[in-house]
Design a protein around this ligand. Sequence first.
Ligand code: FAD
Length: 501
Amino acid sequence: MTGPARVRDIVIVGGGTAGWMTAAALAKVIGTQTYSITLVESDEIGTVGVGEATIPPILLFNKLLGIDENEFIRETNATFKLGIQFVDWGRPGHTYMHPFGLFGADMNGVGFSHYWLRAVAAGGDPDNHRFVAEAEALRLGRFMRTPQKTPDKPQINYAFQFDASLYAAYLRRFSEKRGVKRTEGKISTVARHPESGLIESVTLADGSTVRGDFFVDCSGFRGLLIEGALQAGYEDWTNWLPANRAVAVPCDRVEDPGPYTRSTAVEAGWQWRIPLQHRTGNGYVFSDAFISEDEATAALMRRLDAPAQAEPRVLRFVAGRRRKGWVANCVAIGLSSGFLEPLESTSIHLIQAAISKLLALFPTTRNEPELAERFNRDLDLQYESVRDFIIAHYKVSTRDDTPFWRHCRDMAMPDTLQAKLESFRARGEVMVENHELFRETNWFAILYGQGLVPEGYHPLADVLSDDELKLRLAGIRAGIERRVAEMPSHEAFLRQCLEGV
Ligand code: FAD
């Protein structure tokens, strides 16, 4: 083939979760026979090191790599996750769950939530654990993988909570075994071609140079290549997502903590609690316009369930995304591409989504503006839809007990979110597009869970007679109770997995 030189040498800048996930996926899919893959990371700079909770699509990533799940659980000190428990979000003293599973089952082509709304309006049970197996298992602290999907036993949807540093280390071993070269050192300069503007190489502090045809910027918040060299620009979403700080601290493990992440709304933001095998991750996401770093740290430490295992660490961020994630011969993946607070554990997923998109649009030559444009458009849509879902948690809360929550109540929201909330209010429906990560069932869990009761529901949900509806709901409830009763405790299942390695 004649024309511009083909991409052969790929350089990944950064060895955090994003860098090693990218290296592992590239090593597995494109291999290191035809291509060379080099990852540069700096021990001195280090990684963010938080990022412990995930969502179900991570199973697809593990499957792509072909890794054994029990080995992965052992290597990363992982626990299982069936969803998120939201405490004090709708209003103080109120708790609801966002489980990973589907609500009941569609009937006559109408979503189950409409029948449920009808049943609740007639005095039925408003708690979703009756109609979502994952929610019931989460509530009772039980878990078991379902080996095969059968009509009467749909698969249990789950994800993991793990130690992000151990995950990166695990993927590093995976990648190096498959020929990825690792270079340790701090990059001091980035060289670009004077005419084309394409990145040609990076130079480390010791003077050595790493040349490449295509670069993946996984350098974290600083965006060393995408912003430092290519000035892609950053779209700031603080007007919709005011949190700009987090303080994180691990504490001792609590007894049988259950297979879920907990998010508790507090005075100037929210706190996470993520149970791992060996410790519990805790953090307070807040806005420094409403509480100082010292006050937030003191509040977090006061509320820990068990003694801290390390000093608390403050992280600073700006909610938003890079205006362009792929510029010239560089694509940003991970924190370098943007940041959305970890309320729905979506950052690692967005890394995974960017990797799949990069593989789908893998460049032939160093300069592929059409592929870059396509990548940017698709990733923008993903970022925006996740952003709206996160903002919805704040907008739908009825809390007004502190200046922070009053600010959230009064702040503007994107038109795209406004439209979703209006259609939900009118008849319990949220229209989602194909590209959106969060589906109708997720929106329902959050909006309804938070206390937003729609004025109506789908008219065809009235077609079933009262008796028929009662019978079907009772059938779904009984099926869920039977399935969950078969499950061991989360702790017992985890032990089985660890013994099975
Ligand atoms: P980093 O971890 O910052 O890695 C950057 C890499 O670039 C490092 O290896 C560094 O050494 C290297 N580097 C930088 N500059 C240079 C240089 N000049 N020369 C050489 N190397 C360089 N995600 C979730 O999915 N779930 C969660 O529960 C979750 N919780 C989070 C909580 C908080 C408070 C924060 C801030 C993030 C959270 N995330 C979560 C996001 C998650 O942590 C990140 O998406 C993930 O860790 C990816 O980070 P990264 O690899 O992009 O960046």
